[in-house]
Design a binder for this molecule. Structure first.
Ligand code: DAH
Length: 344
């Protein structure tokens, strides 16, 4: 019995070699592996017969069985590698890969013109001591309207074409919301600008439903309209050039009293008024809204209007960028055309 098992084990390696010699593919190999090493394979059959050996004989056959098992495994493994290498060699021989071909260049763009202009605005105001502050883009009616002295029945609520969310909140229609958030939580002196994205349900050649604004606010004891004029004059002359003139026109905003609009002399025709499509020969371009913080706004945020005063302003970043860089069409900012973006 022992002898016949040892013989059977000895024979397995030769049988495997014969089977491998016939194998054509990896799947043939898998089959062969099952035939020799599977649960009911050749080796398993020998092992199952070992139960009938005496306690003395069993280890002798066991040692041999382990040696044979290892030999079969390693032979199958090397045969598998041989097949895989053959497949790879064939693929390499039929595929041509020219490593001397130049690569496809990666296209680099530049900083988006809106971001460039926004950074410049931030830098100019920071130089004047304004801190950059941020607020949420999803707002409530209170911060977007109510606290800014825009009551429920006020026509400005319609004018602003608000996007309302199902939750009752809204996408902020202006960055003036950040004035409120800062004044609610901090005591003056407050000297801040708030750059950010704003949303209005308005889409045509000159309006995008998403655009950018920079809000400004300076509140302290004794701030007056002279401070407003001084700060904005410095800003405009640094931003558009020292030859630029400016004028304030009386206007109306619910959150400022008095309010004004700021015009700059046309940066395209330099107020020569000769068929200028941008200023339409008025010589002036409207750039921002501003005014002295309305006492009602101070009361909403718990500041005493008898003690504090301040000014605020708000400008559209797209408009500033179009004027500064001579960009004729608002849509260019949002199309991500590298031919446009690379010019800046
Ligand atoms: N929030 C105004 C708007 O979106 C812009 C504005 C005007 C802001 C006058 C101000 C201001 O702070 O004083 O049209």
């Amino acid at each position: 019995m022992k002898e016949s098992l040892l013989q059977a084990l000895d024979g397995l390696e030769t049988q495997l070699e014969e089977a491998l010699a016939q194998a054509q593919s990896e799947s043939d190999l898998l089959q062969i592996k099952g035939r020799f090493l599977g649960k009911k394979g050749e080796l398993a059959q020998v092992l199952s017969a070992m139960g009938r050996l005496s306690a003395e004989e069993r280890p002798q056959v066991g040692v041999k069985a382990n040696q044979v098992k290892e030999a079969l495994c390693s032979r199958l493994q090397s045969s598998l590698q041989g097949f895989q290498q053959k497949v790879l060699d064939q693929a390499l021989a039929s595929d041509h890969f020219d490593i001397t071909l130049p690569g496809v260049p990666v296209e680099f763009s530049s900083m988006h013109p809106l971001i460039q202009v926004l950074e410049e605005i931030n830098t100019l105001f920071r130089r004047l001591g304004f801190e950059v502050r941020y607020g949420p883009e999803i707002e409530d009616e209170y911060h977007n309207f109510e606290a800014l002295n825009i009551p429920e029945d006020h026509p400005a609520r319609d004018e602003q074409d608000t996007f309302y969310l199902k939750t009752g909140r809204l996408l902020r229609t202006h960055t003036s919301t950040v004035q409120i958030r800062v004044m609610e939580t901090e005591k003056p002196p407050i000297k801040m600008i708030a750059p950010g994205t704003v949303y209005r349900s308005d889409h045509d050649l000159t309006h995008s439903p998403m655009f950018h604004q920079v809000e400004g606010l300076w509140v302290d004891r004794g701030i007056h309209f002279g401070h407003l004029k001084g700060v904005l004059k410095l800003f405009v002359k640094s931003f558009f050039g020292s030859e630029t003139n400016l004028r304030f026109r009386a206007s109306y905003f619910p959150f400022t009293e008095p309010s004004a609009e700021l015009d700059v002399s046309c940066v395209f025709c330099h107020a020569k008024k000769s068929a200028c499509p941008v200023c339409k020969d008025t010589g002036w371009l409207e750039v921002l809204g501003c005014g002295m913080v309305d006492p009602n706004v101070f009361e909403k945020v718990g500041l005493d209007p008898q003690v504090y005063s301040g000014f605020a302003f708000g400008m559209g970043v797209e408009r500033m960028a179009m004027l500064k860089l001579g960009i004729p069409d608002l849509r260019l900012f949002f199309e991500n055309d590298l031919r446009f973006l690379k010019q800046f």
